[in-house]
Design a binder for this molecule. Structure first.
Ligand code: DGP
Length: 114
C-alpha cells in the first residue's frame, strides 16, 4: 500500500520515533501522545483493520500480543499498568487504516471508558 502512512514509516520513507522493529512488527511513538507513554504497535504486513484479519494471520497476532508485553517492558510500564486500544471503524474513530495497537500508560487512566 504505497499511500499508507504507516507502511511508509515501516519502510523508513516517513520519519518516526521508532522504539522497536523486527521482521514482523514495528513500534513507534504516536505523533499526538495522550499520555506519557503512547506507542503504536503495528504489523509490518498491511492489514487495514481487525475486520480484515485472515486465518493465516493468527500467528502474527499472537506475536503482536507478546510484542505488547515487550513494548510495556521497554517503556517501563509493565508493572504500573497500561491500556491497549485498537480503534476499529467509524464508531471507534479509526483514522489510519493499517492495524495499530495503542499502548498507553505512565499515568492513571480515566474509568469507565467510552
Ligand atoms: P486511530 O486510527 O484513531 O486509532 O489513531 C491513529 C493514530 O495515529 C493517532 O493517535 C495519531 C497517529 N498518527 C497519525 N499519523 C501519524 C504519523 O505520521 N506519525 C506518527 N508517529 N503517528 C501518527
Amino acid at each position: 500500500m504505497d499511500e499508507c502512512i504507516f507502511c511508509k514509516i515501516i519502510k523508513g520513507d516517513l520519519p518516526a520515533k521508532v522504539l522497536y522493529k523486527d521482521e514482523q512488527v514495528t513500534a513507534f511513538h504516536d505523533i499526538n501522545p495522550v499520555a506519557p507513554t503512547h506507542i503504536l504497535l503495528i504489523p509490518n504486513k498491511h492489514i487495514a483493520s481487525i475486520n480484515e484479519i485472515a486465518p493465516e494471520d493468527e500467528a502474527l497476532f499472537g506475536y503482536m500480543m507478546t510484542s505488547v508485553k515487550k513494548i510495556a517492558e521497554l517503556t517501563g510500564v509493565e508493572k504500573s499498568g497500561y491500556r491497549l486500544i485498537a480503534n476499529t471503524g467509524p464508531d471507534a474513530n479509526q483514522e489510519v487504516f493499517h492495524i495499530h495497537f495503542h499502548v498507553i500508560g505512565g499515568q492513571r487512566m480515566r474509568h469507565p471508558m467510552g
